[in-house]
Write a protein that binds this ligand. Structure first.
Ligand SMILES: Cc1ncc(COP(=O)(O)O)c(C=O)c1O
Length: 299
């Protein structure tokens, strides 16, 4: 019995792939982040960023929280704000899935939809925070984003694998997850390989301004501040096209019963490639959110 639903964040299970991995490949373990209360790994950072703003005295009781997000962070922030009695204003890219937007509104938060990618969303969020006297969390640059994954996701992975893992594969959106997990694992394991995943044509590989294929949660046309600060922890970055992400999302559902979303498909596509290269050992990746958010892509 839990008295407070906020305490249900984290502690997600890890499951091993059975069918998609063939003999002669490393084992692949998937951490099911869609089992967090709002359905994604972003619940972890929403709590950390809000608590940090409180600690720094920027957020007072009943205050206003503003965030820019492709959807998952917006939903997590709306949820945390509703639990803690803050007003939330979320700037969401127009293409974000309608399910996410509906849920954010159901939580009592305000949604501002913008077109023009994540830069435009950031600019708009900054303006709103200034006008409303609110706190702009800015997940793309907020150290609490990295800290959340360093202190929770990474420790859980280390404990759940007993410290036996050879590689960690993760899509780069804000770069918070891969940075926090990489920093922790590299402190503990001298040989662990950290592999980032971006959409084909993303700015991180093809240069600032390049707009990659759209994989919700990973697409952006700029380079996040966190990536600039933590890129030294990432050994390699691989790209995935939209069609492959969708194909592997379908494979995960059909052959493994893993109901992960589009970025789960992207992560699995690269995790299996690395599993083939390594031939033995253990690779961990994440199912950041759920296929339920992308059911429009499955029909
Ligand atoms: C579905 C999904 N997958 C992956 C990511 C990437 O995670 P991070 O922002 O920690 O790099 C995000 C981030 O928004 C996401 O929403």
């Amino acid at each position: 019995m839990y008295r407070d639903i906020l305490s249900l964040v984290g502690g997600t299970p890890i499951v091993e792939l059975k069918k998609l991995r063939r003999d002669g490949m490393a084992r692949v373990l998937v951490k099911l982040e869609y089992m967090n209360p709002t359905g994604s790994h972003k619940d972890r950072i929403a709590i950390y960023m809000v608590r940090e703003a409180e600690r720094q005295g920027k957020l007072k009781p009943g205050g206003v929280i503003v965030e820019a997000s492709s959807g998952n962070t917006a939903l997590s922030v709306a949820w945390v704000a509703s639990r803690l009695g803050y007003k939330a204003i979320l700037v969401v890219e127009e293409e974000a899935s309608p399910v996410k937007i509906g849920l954010i509104k159901a939580l009592g938060a305000e949604v501002v939809e913008v077109s023009g990618g994540y830069r435009k969303a950031l600019e708009t969020a900054r303006e709103i925070a200034y006008r409303e006297g609110g706190v702009f969390l800015n997940q793309y640059d907020n150290e609490a984003n990295v800290k959340a994954h360093y202190e929770t996701t990474a420790r859980e992975i280390y404990m759940q694998t007993g410290g036996y893992l050879d590689a960690f594969v993760m899509g780069i959106g804000t770069c918070g997850t891969i940075s926090g997990v990489a920093m922790y694992l590299k402190e503990k394991l001298s040989n662990v390989k950290i592999v980032g995943v971006v959409p084909r044509g993303a700015a991180i590989l093809d240069g600032p301004g390049s707009v990659g294929e759209r994989i919700e949660g990973l697409s952006h046309n700029g380079i996040p501040g966190i990536y600039e600060r933590y890129r030294r922890f990432i050994d390699r970055v691989e790209s995935v096209g939209f069609e492959d992400a969708l194909k592997y999302m379908r494979y995960a559902i059909r052959f493994e019963g893993i109901m992960g979303g589009l970025s789960t498909g992207a992560n699995l596509c690269i995790a299996l490639k690395i599993a083939e290269e390594l031939r033995e050992g253990i690779i961990v990746t994440l199912a950041p959110d759920s296929a339920m958010r992308y059911s429009h892509l499955l029909s």
